[in-house]
Design a binder for this molecule. Sequence first.
Ligand SMILES: Nc1ncnc2c1ncn2[C@@H]1O[C@H](COP(=O)(O)OP(=O)(O)OP(=O)(O)O)[C@@H](O)[C@H]1O
Ligand SMILES: [Mg+2]
Length: 311
Amino acid sequence: MSPEATALEGRIVANDLTKVFGEVKAVDGLSFSVEPGSVTGFLGPNGAGKTTTLRMILGLATPTSGTGTISGLTYAHLPHPGRTVGAVLEATSFHPGRSARNHLRVFCAAAGLPDKRADEVLEWVGLTQAARYSVRGFSLGMRQRLGLATALLGNPRVLLLDEPANGLDPEGIAWLRGLLRHFADVDGRTVLISSHVLSEVEQTVDRVVIIARGRLLYEGRLADLEGANGGVVVRTPSPEQLSGALAPLNVKVTPRADGSLGVVGATPEAVGHAAWAAHVELHELRAGSSSLEETFLRLTAEPSAPTEPGA
Ligand SMILES: Nc1ncnc2c1ncn2[C@@H]1O[C@H](COP(=O)(O)OP(=O)(O)OP(=O)(O)O)[C@@H](O)[C@H]1O
Ligand SMILES: [Mg+2]
Protein backbone atom coordinates (compact mmCIF):
# COMPACT_ATOMS: atom_id res chain seq x y z
CA MET A 1 0.00 0.00 0.00
CA SER A 2 1.31 3.48 -0.85
CA PRO A 3 2.02 5.94 2.02
CA GLU A 4 -0.95 8.08 0.86
CA ALA A 5 -3.31 5.10 0.99
CA THR A 6 -2.03 4.13 4.46
CA ALA A 7 -2.70 7.67 5.74
CA LEU A 8 -6.28 7.48 4.45
CA GLU A 9 -6.94 3.99 5.83
CA GLY A 10 -10.14 4.04 7.90
CA ARG A 11 -10.80 7.75 7.35
CA ILE A 12 -14.18 9.02 6.22
CA VAL A 13 -13.93 12.20 4.16
CA ALA A 14 -16.74 14.38 2.84
CA ASN A 15 -15.42 16.75 0.21
CA ASP A 16 -17.76 19.58 -0.79
CA LEU A 17 -20.73 17.18 -0.75
CA THR A 18 -23.96 18.62 -2.12
CA LYS A 19 -27.36 17.01 -2.64
CA VAL A 20 -30.29 18.84 -4.16
CA PHE A 21 -33.82 17.38 -4.14
CA GLY A 22 -35.89 19.60 -6.45
CA GLU A 23 -36.04 22.92 -4.59
CA VAL A 24 -34.39 21.59 -1.43
CA LYS A 25 -30.64 21.79 -0.87
CA ALA A 26 -30.50 18.93 1.62
CA VAL A 27 -26.69 18.99 1.78
CA ASP A 28 -24.84 22.15 0.81
CA GLY A 29 -21.09 22.07 0.16
CA LEU A 30 -20.33 19.92 3.19
CA SER A 31 -16.71 19.00 3.98
CA PHE A 32 -15.41 17.17 7.06
CA SER A 33 -13.27 14.21 7.99
CA VAL A 34 -13.64 11.45 10.55
CA GLU A 35 -10.54 9.82 11.99
CA PRO A 36 -9.85 6.25 13.07
CA GLY A 37 -9.62 5.71 16.83
CA SER A 38 -12.38 8.21 17.56
CA VAL A 39 -16.12 8.12 18.08
CA THR A 40 -17.42 11.11 16.16
CA GLY A 41 -20.92 12.50 16.67
CA PHE A 42 -22.65 13.69 13.49
CA LEU A 43 -25.09 16.17 14.93
CA GLY A 44 -27.82 18.41 13.64
CA PRO A 45 -31.53 19.10 14.11
CA ASN A 46 -34.23 17.18 12.20
CA GLY A 47 -33.88 17.73 8.47
CA ALA A 48 -30.27 18.98 8.75
CA GLY A 49 -29.09 16.51 6.11
CA LYS A 50 -27.44 13.82 8.27
CA THR A 51 -29.12 10.77 6.75
CA THR A 52 -28.71 12.16 3.22
CA THR A 53 -24.97 12.65 3.86
CA LEU A 54 -24.55 9.14 5.26
CA ARG A 55 -26.46 7.71 2.29
CA MET A 56 -24.10 9.49 -0.13
CA ILE A 57 -21.03 8.20 1.72
CA LEU A 58 -22.50 4.69 1.56
CA GLY A 59 -23.22 4.92 -2.18
CA LEU A 60 -27.00 4.75 -1.61
CA ALA A 61 -27.59 8.24 -3.01
CA THR A 62 -25.67 9.99 -5.78
CA PRO A 63 -24.20 13.38 -4.81
CA THR A 64 -25.32 16.33 -6.93
CA SER A 65 -21.66 17.35 -6.60
CA GLY A 66 -18.67 16.57 -4.39
CA THR A 67 -17.52 13.22 -3.06
CA GLY A 68 -17.72 11.07 0.03
CA THR A 69 -14.92 8.57 0.55
CA ILE A 70 -13.92 5.83 2.95
CA SER A 71 -10.21 4.97 3.14
CA GLY A 72 -9.74 7.29 0.17
CA LEU A 73 -12.21 5.49 -2.10
CA THR A 74 -15.86 6.00 -2.95
CA TYR A 75 -18.04 3.17 -1.67
CA ALA A 76 -18.46 1.77 -5.18
CA HIS A 77 -14.68 1.42 -5.50
CA LEU A 78 -14.05 -0.33 -2.16
CA PRO A 79 -12.63 -3.79 -2.88
CA HIS A 80 -14.39 -5.42 0.13
CA PRO A 81 -17.19 -3.03 1.16
CA GLY A 82 -18.83 -5.49 3.58
CA ARG A 83 -15.56 -6.00 5.44
CA THR A 84 -14.59 -2.32 5.34
CA VAL A 85 -17.80 -0.56 6.38
CA GLY A 86 -20.70 -1.56 8.61
CA ALA A 87 -23.71 0.71 8.59
CA VAL A 88 -27.15 1.03 10.14
CA LEU A 89 -29.44 3.62 8.59
CA GLU A 90 -32.67 4.89 10.14
CA ALA A 91 -35.79 2.82 9.51
CA THR A 92 -33.76 -0.29 8.76
CA SER A 93 -36.33 -2.91 7.82
CA PHE A 94 -36.17 -6.59 8.72
CA HIS A 95 -38.23 -9.44 7.32
CA PRO A 96 -40.76 -9.55 10.19
CA GLY A 97 -41.33 -13.31 10.11
CA ARG A 98 -37.66 -14.23 10.32
CA SER A 99 -35.85 -14.94 13.56
CA ALA A 100 -32.95 -12.69 14.51
CA ARG A 101 -30.51 -15.55 13.88
CA ASN A 102 -31.97 -16.34 10.44
CA HIS A 103 -31.94 -12.67 9.49
CA LEU A 104 -28.18 -12.60 10.19
CA ARG A 105 -27.56 -15.94 8.48
CA VAL A 106 -29.05 -14.59 5.25
CA PHE A 107 -26.42 -11.82 5.39
CA CYS A 108 -23.68 -14.32 6.29
CA ALA A 109 -24.54 -16.39 3.22
CA ALA A 110 -24.49 -13.31 0.98
CA ALA A 111 -21.13 -12.17 2.38
CA GLY A 112 -19.52 -15.63 2.34
CA LEU A 113 -19.25 -15.73 6.16
CA PRO A 114 -19.79 -18.88 8.24
CA ASP A 115 -23.14 -19.25 10.06
CA LYS A 116 -21.44 -19.17 13.44
CA ARG A 117 -20.58 -15.52 12.84
CA ALA A 118 -24.31 -14.77 13.32
CA ASP A 119 -24.16 -16.18 16.86
CA GLU A 120 -20.99 -14.24 17.65
CA VAL A 121 -22.50 -10.88 16.76
CA LEU A 122 -25.78 -11.75 18.51
CA GLU A 123 -23.77 -12.26 21.67
CA TRP A 124 -21.95 -8.93 21.22
CA VAL A 125 -25.22 -7.03 21.05
CA GLY A 126 -26.86 -8.97 23.87
CA LEU A 127 -29.48 -10.76 21.76
CA THR A 128 -28.41 -14.39 22.34
CA GLN A 129 -31.53 -15.11 24.40
CA ALA A 130 -33.76 -13.63 21.70
CA ALA A 131 -31.96 -15.25 18.74
CA ARG A 132 -34.79 -17.71 17.99
CA TYR A 133 -37.63 -15.19 18.24
CA SER A 134 -39.15 -13.66 15.16
CA VAL A 135 -38.20 -10.05 14.60
CA ARG A 136 -41.92 -9.12 14.47
CA GLY A 137 -42.09 -9.01 18.26
CA PHE A 138 -38.88 -7.01 18.71
CA SER A 139 -38.97 -3.67 20.51
CA LEU A 140 -37.36 -0.62 18.93
CA GLY A 141 -34.31 -1.10 21.16
CA MET A 142 -33.98 -4.76 20.11
CA ARG A 143 -34.24 -3.75 16.47
CA GLN A 144 -31.43 -1.24 17.02
CA ARG A 145 -29.31 -4.02 18.50
CA LEU A 146 -30.11 -6.32 15.59
CA GLY A 147 -29.23 -3.56 13.11
CA LEU A 148 -25.91 -3.13 14.89
CA ALA A 149 -25.33 -6.90 14.82
CA THR A 150 -25.88 -6.84 11.04
CA ALA A 151 -23.39 -3.99 10.66
CA LEU A 152 -20.81 -5.92 12.70
CA LEU A 153 -21.01 -9.17 10.69
CA GLY A 154 -18.10 -8.39 8.39
CA ASN A 155 -15.89 -7.17 11.29
CA PRO A 156 -15.65 -3.75 9.61
CA ARG A 157 -12.95 -1.18 10.18
CA VAL A 158 -15.45 1.67 9.85
CA LEU A 159 -18.90 1.94 11.47
CA LEU A 160 -21.56 4.40 10.36
CA LEU A 161 -24.65 4.44 12.55
CA ASP A 162 -27.65 6.67 11.94
CA GLU A 163 -29.35 7.59 15.25
CA PRO A 164 -28.23 4.37 17.02
CA ALA A 165 -29.31 5.59 20.45
CA ASN A 166 -32.88 6.18 19.27
CA GLY A 167 -35.17 3.75 21.11
CA LEU A 168 -32.53 2.61 23.61
CA ASP A 169 -33.22 2.97 27.31
CA PRO A 170 -30.52 4.52 29.56
CA GLU A 171 -29.00 1.08 30.18
CA GLY A 172 -28.96 0.43 26.43
CA ILE A 173 -27.27 3.79 25.81
CA ALA A 174 -24.62 2.97 28.43
CA TRP A 175 -24.05 -0.43 26.83
CA LEU A 176 -23.77 1.15 23.35
CA ARG A 177 -21.27 3.69 24.72
CA GLY A 178 -19.06 0.90 26.08
CA LEU A 179 -19.18 -1.03 22.82
CA LEU A 180 -18.39 1.98 20.61
CA ARG A 181 -15.63 3.27 22.89
CA HIS A 182 -14.05 -0.19 22.79
CA PHE A 183 -14.13 -0.18 18.99
CA ALA A 184 -12.45 3.21 18.86
CA ASP A 185 -10.07 3.10 21.84
CA VAL A 186 -8.98 -0.55 21.82
CA ASP A 187 -9.46 -1.62 18.19
CA GLY A 188 -8.67 1.78 16.64
CA ARG A 189 -11.73 1.63 14.44
CA THR A 190 -13.57 4.61 12.98
CA VAL A 191 -17.03 5.23 14.43
CA LEU A 192 -19.47 7.87 13.15
CA ILE A 193 -22.84 8.12 14.90
CA SER A 194 -25.57 10.60 14.06
CA SER A 195 -28.03 12.14 16.47
CA HIS A 196 -30.32 15.15 16.65
CA VAL A 197 -29.84 15.34 20.43
CA LEU A 198 -26.38 16.24 21.66
CA SER A 199 -27.08 15.05 25.22
CA GLU A 200 -27.84 11.55 23.90
CA VAL A 201 -24.29 11.06 22.58
CA GLU A 202 -22.40 13.64 24.67
CA GLN A 203 -20.78 11.02 26.88
CA THR A 204 -19.95 8.67 24.01
CA VAL A 205 -18.26 10.91 21.43
CA ASP A 206 -14.90 12.65 21.58
CA ARG A 207 -15.27 14.57 18.34
CA VAL A 208 -18.28 16.20 16.73
CA VAL A 209 -19.34 17.36 13.27
CA ILE A 210 -22.31 19.72 13.68
CA ILE A 211 -24.49 20.64 10.71
CA ALA A 212 -27.72 22.53 10.09
CA ARG A 213 -29.49 23.23 6.80
CA GLY A 214 -26.95 21.02 5.06
CA ARG A 215 -23.97 23.17 6.09
CA LEU A 216 -21.07 22.62 8.45
CA LEU A 217 -21.20 24.65 11.68
CA TYR A 218 -18.49 23.06 13.79
CA GLU A 219 -15.99 20.27 13.43
CA GLY A 220 -13.56 19.33 16.17
CA ARG A 221 -13.15 18.05 19.68
CA LEU A 222 -16.24 18.11 21.84
CA ALA A 223 -14.06 19.39 24.68
CA ASP A 224 -13.27 22.53 22.65
CA LEU A 225 -16.91 23.45 22.22
CA GLU A 226 -18.02 26.25 24.54
CA GLY A 227 -19.81 24.85 27.56
CA ALA A 228 -17.88 21.56 27.54
CA ASN A 229 -16.15 20.66 30.81
CA GLY A 230 -18.18 23.36 32.50
CA GLY A 231 -16.30 26.23 30.85
CA VAL A 232 -15.15 29.19 32.96
CA VAL A 233 -15.95 32.88 32.68
CA VAL A 234 -13.33 35.21 34.13
CA ARG A 235 -13.09 39.01 34.27
CA THR A 236 -9.82 40.81 34.82
CA PRO A 237 -8.34 44.27 34.14
CA SER A 238 -5.26 42.44 32.71
CA PRO A 239 -6.59 40.00 30.09
CA GLU A 240 -3.27 39.61 28.29
CA GLN A 241 -1.41 38.80 31.48
CA LEU A 242 -4.10 36.27 32.43
CA SER A 243 -3.99 34.64 29.00
CA GLY A 244 -0.24 34.25 29.43
CA ALA A 245 -0.70 32.72 32.88
CA LEU A 246 -3.23 30.24 31.50
CA ALA A 247 -1.13 29.21 28.49
CA PRO A 248 0.60 26.29 30.30
CA LEU A 249 -2.82 24.77 31.12
CA ASN A 250 -3.44 24.08 27.44
CA VAL A 251 -6.83 25.79 27.52
CA LYS A 252 -8.74 27.75 24.92
CA VAL A 253 -9.27 31.40 25.86
CA THR A 254 -11.76 33.52 23.94
CA PRO A 255 -12.75 37.13 24.55
CA ARG A 256 -16.48 37.48 25.22
CA ALA A 257 -18.76 40.27 24.03
CA ASP A 258 -19.03 41.78 27.55
CA GLY A 259 -15.24 42.11 27.93
CA SER A 260 -14.77 39.00 30.06
CA LEU A 261 -12.85 35.91 28.92
CA GLY A 262 -14.29 32.47 28.25
CA VAL A 263 -11.95 29.62 29.19
CA VAL A 264 -12.55 26.10 27.95
CA GLY A 265 -10.61 23.10 29.24
CA ALA A 266 -10.03 24.06 32.90
CA THR A 267 -11.98 24.28 36.15
CA PRO A 268 -12.65 27.60 37.94
CA GLU A 269 -10.21 26.38 40.65
CA ALA A 270 -7.40 25.89 38.11
CA VAL A 271 -8.03 29.30 36.52
CA GLY A 272 -8.16 30.98 39.94
CA HIS A 273 -4.93 29.33 41.03
CA ALA A 274 -3.10 30.30 37.83
CA ALA A 275 -4.25 33.91 38.23
CA TRP A 276 -3.23 34.00 41.90
CA ALA A 277 0.19 32.49 41.14
CA ALA A 278 0.78 35.10 38.39
CA HIS A 279 -0.48 38.00 40.61
CA VAL A 280 -3.27 38.80 38.14
CA GLU A 281 -6.19 40.70 39.67
CA LEU A 282 -9.62 39.09 39.08
CA HIS A 283 -12.98 40.86 39.26
CA GLU A 284 -15.08 37.78 38.49
CA LEU A 285 -14.56 34.03 38.29
CA ARG A 286 -17.38 31.54 37.72
CA ALA A 287 -18.37 28.33 35.97
CA GLY A 288 -19.70 29.07 32.47
CA SER A 289 -23.47 29.27 32.41
CA SER A 290 -23.80 28.05 28.85
CA SER A 291 -24.15 24.30 28.81
CA LEU A 292 -23.14 22.21 25.85
CA GLU A 293 -26.78 21.72 24.90
CA GLU A 294 -27.35 25.50 24.88
CA THR A 295 -24.31 25.94 22.65
CA PHE A 296 -25.68 23.28 20.30
CA LEU A 297 -29.11 24.93 20.16
CA ARG A 298 -27.59 28.37 19.59
CA LEU A 299 -25.33 27.05 16.82
CA THR A 300 -28.08 25.22 14.98
CA ALA A 301 -30.88 27.76 15.50
CA GLU A 302 -32.60 29.20 12.45
CA PRO A 303 -31.02 32.55 11.52
CA SER A 304 -33.20 35.10 13.30
CA ALA A 305 -35.10 37.68 11.29
CA PRO A 306 -33.56 41.16 11.47
CA THR A 307 -34.98 42.95 14.50
CA GLU A 308 -36.89 46.10 13.88
CA PRO A 309 -35.16 49.32 14.91
CA GLY A 310 -36.14 50.29 18.41
CA ALA A 311 -37.66 46.83 19.12
N1 LIG B 1 -35.57 11.40 -1.11
C1 LIG B 1 -35.83 12.67 -0.81
N2 LIG B 1 -36.58 13.44 -1.62
C2 LIG B 1 -36.83 14.74 -1.33
N3 LIG B 1 -36.36 15.37 -0.23
C3 LIG B 1 -35.61 14.66 0.61
C4 LIG B 1 -35.29 13.28 0.37
N4 LIG B 1 -34.52 12.84 1.40
C5 LIG B 1 -34.35 13.89 2.22
N5 LIG B 1 -34.99 14.98 1.77
C6 LIG B 1 -35.00 16.32 2.40
O1 LIG B 1 -33.65 16.67 2.66
C7 LIG B 1 -33.54 17.34 3.91
C8 LIG B 1 -32.55 16.59 4.81
O2 LIG B 1 -33.12 15.37 5.21
P1 LIG B 1 -32.33 14.26 6.04
O3 LIG B 1 -33.23 13.09 6.16
O4 LIG B 1 -31.00 14.04 5.43
O5 LIG B 1 -32.15 15.00 7.44
P2 LIG B 1 -31.68 14.40 8.85
O6 LIG B 1 -30.63 15.33 9.35
O7 LIG B 1 -31.33 12.97 8.72
O8 LIG B 1 -32.97 14.57 9.74
P3 LIG B 1 -33.57 13.66 10.96
O9 LIG B 1 -32.88 14.11 12.22
O10 LIG B 1 -35.02 14.02 10.99
O11 LIG B 1 -33.33 12.22 10.64
C9 LIG B 1 -34.96 17.45 4.46
O12 LIG B 1 -35.47 18.70 4.10
C10 LIG B 1 -35.69 16.33 3.75
O13 LIG B 1 -37.06 16.64 3.64
MG1 LIG C 1 -32.04 11.24 9.60
